[in-house]
Ligand binder design. Structure first.
Ligand code: C5P
Ligand code: MG
Length: 286
């Protein structure tokens, strides 16, 4: 039905079910659709020319806004906690407090750095962050069809917004839930605002934002995109959901994690650095 679903990167546990969901969604029409997507390693690339691409946090970690000493400490945190994040032998219950520990320690370090708000754009410009291939079509198509896009990220909202602004795709249909920086009156980072969003509490984050989902109650069909199993709860705030199609990027530790991704995402994209499949799905649905 959609030729791109035969791409070599595509794996599906139940292709028939995917077809059924797609058919129901086409029938309902694109004015009933909303897209909910993770940011880091879902809308942005995981690797380019064999080298890892940065997350929102890494953009700051690697920037000139951070002292060498702090860079060392942030790197140590990454080396300690990232392997835990992607460890398929540990349960979410076991990982959750450790993830909170990672985010909390990293944010404490960042706050000590007295980061200037007006330097963030430069840090992003000088970074190696890259949106996935096909991002222009993705963002522009959603905008042209007035389909709301919620970017739901455990990264840093200020950085994420800057990435999409610099790529000229921060259209008015885009809404962001993320961790936002709080600056003092002189423009220095003093804290992070609100409740922390980490990779395993997106459900709670969604439920804190009932107003947003209330506004979108005429759009009970959801295309969800993520790269972590924690991203599966991003749509938990959607009211009276009718259909949901879940697309998951499996970027790392492929062999160990493939089965769990197949069990929870409808379409799994294995080491696929492009938005080709989500774009094909969107074109089909609109
Ligand atoms: O859910 P989302 O993809 O937005 O999560 C952000 C990502 O940022 C996590 O997958 C994690 O690997 C990464 N991270 C990081 N540095 C931190 C905390 C999280 O790179 N201090
Ligand atoms: Mg992610």
């Amino acid at each position: 039905m959609i030729p791109e679903l035969s791409n070599p990167s595509v794996c599906m546990r139940d292709p028939q079910r995917v077809q059924e969901i797609l058919q129901s969604m086409v029938k309902a029409g694109s004015n009933t659709l909303q897209v909910i997507s993770d940011f880091d390693m879902t809308l942005t690339r995981f690797a380019y020319n064999g080298k890892r691409c940065p997350t929102c946090h890494n953009i700051l970690d690697n920037s000139q806004l951070i002292t060498d000493d702090c860079k060392e400490q942030l790197k140590e945190l990454l080396n300690t906690y990232y392997p835990i994040e992607i460890d398929s032998t540990r349960s979410v219950e076991e990982k959750l407090p450790l993830m909170v520990e990672w985010w909390t320690k990293a944010h404490e370090l960042l706050v000590q750095q007295k980061i200037k708000k007006d330097m963030l754009a430069l840090a992003v410009r000088e970074s190696e962050a890259m949106l996935r291939e096909g991002y222009q079509l993705f963002f522009d198509h959603l905008y042209e069809h007035s389909i709301p896009l919620l970017i739901f990220s455990a990264g840093i909202g200020d950085i994420l917004e800057e990435v999409i602004r610099q790529a000229n795709v921060f259209h008015p249909n885009v809404k962001v839930f993320s961790n936002y920086m709080d600056f003092d009156e002189t423009g220095l980072l003093k804290a992070f605002k609100g409740e922390l969003i980490h990779i395993y509490n997106k459900r709670e984050g969604a439920l804190l934002n009932t107003g947003h989902f209330q506004e979108l109650r005429t759009r009970p069909n959801v295309l969800l995109m993520g790269d972590s199993l924690g991203d599966l709860t991003m749509a938990d705030g959607v009211q009276d959901m009718e259909n949901i199609l879940k697309i998951g990027y499996l970027n790392d530790k492929v062999a160990e994690r493939k089965q769990s991704y197949l069990d929870s995402y409808d379409i799994v994209l294995v080491e696929d650095e492009t938005l080709e499949v989500p774009n094909a799905v969107l074109l089909y649905l609109t």
